[in-house]
Design a binder for this molecule. Structure first.
Ligand SMILES: [Zn+2]
Length: 267
């Protein structure tokens, strides 16, 4: 089966924290946020990643922009697909800017790596602010947890890359003319961020406008209780992919935040 792959621009965001004195946070400015719609020859659709929420951009001086025609339901309908008929979502990972639009697809099952959930129990201090369980906590029963590489449908497979998050996965698609590898945020990691930001930043962040980005203890126990039931029988030790590993995987490589996708109707 071959797929037409639509990159859908859901807006831009800037992540910023205007700290006092020495507390300077690297500003990440006007980042385009894409989700991807895959449509097969029979009109069946799969969505890869679900974008960000304007009301939830971590760091207190952040902001996002979204035009009415960049709303996810509008974008999907423009291609002739009804979001209510989307039966499968693939999440490359669960960061706040990739999983906020799950709510637009109430009839979809959601494929992700078990390692992504396991990673939530092993986050480094403050890293919880990179995830927003409110985006998906009421959809846990729709999650399908994978343990490594997996064929989702003929012509669509996921490849567990790790690196960016513990359970990050890329999606390889048989496109109309070539194979397409949706890389999500791989191989980018946040190591640099965690070495740059001093503890004093986090203290100021948590006590002020940033407090809402930290998790409650109840959240983790809800996830834990569910995961104990759902966990795959065996969890394999899986390596993280390097740039070279990723290079060999598909003809065309596509990143979730690539400004170069602008103006491309489909791939
Ligand atoms: Zn990410």
């Amino acid at each position: 089966m071959r797929y037409r792959v639509y990159p859908l621009l859901t807006g831009h965001f800037t992540v910023a924290f205007n700290g006092k004195g020495d507390l300077k946070f690297p500003r990440v400015k006007d980042i385009p946020s894409y989700i991807f719609l895959l449509v097969d020859e029979n009109g069946e659709a799969v969505v890869v990643d679900t974008g960000f929420d304007l009301n939830h951009i971590p760091a207190p001086d952040s902001h996002g922009e979204r035009e009415p025609e960049q709303e996810i339901p509008y974008l999907i309908k423009q291609t002739g697909i009804d979001p209510l008929n989307v039966k499968k979502i693939i999440q490359t990972h669960l960061h706040w800017d990739h999983a906020a639009g799950i709510k637009h697809f109430p009839n979809a099952e959601i494929y992700l790596q078990a390692g992504e959930i396991e990673g939530l129990f092993n986050l480094r201090e403050y890293e919880e602010t990179s995830f927003c369980p409110a985006h998906w906590i009421d959809r846990l029963e729709n999650f399908i947890l994978l343990d490594g590489d997996h064929k989702i449908l003929p012509g669509i497979e996921v490849i567990r890359t790790g690196g960016h998050t513990q359970g990050h996965q890329a999606v390889k698609i048989e496109g109309e003319n070539q194979s397409i590898l949706l890389l999500g945020d791989s191989p980018f990691t946040y190591e640099w961020l965690w070495t740059l930001v001093p503890d004093a930043y986090w203290d100021e962040y948590r006590s002020g406008k940033g407090g809402k980005f930290f998790w409650t203890a109840e959240l983790l126990s809800v996830i834990d209780k569910w995961y104990k039931k759902m966990k795959p029988g065996s969890t394999r030790l899986l390596k993280d992919y390097t740039i070279d590993d990723l290079q060999s995987l598909g003809d065309m490589k596509v990143f979730s935040h690539d400004p170069g996708l602008k103006g491309k109707e489909y791939l």
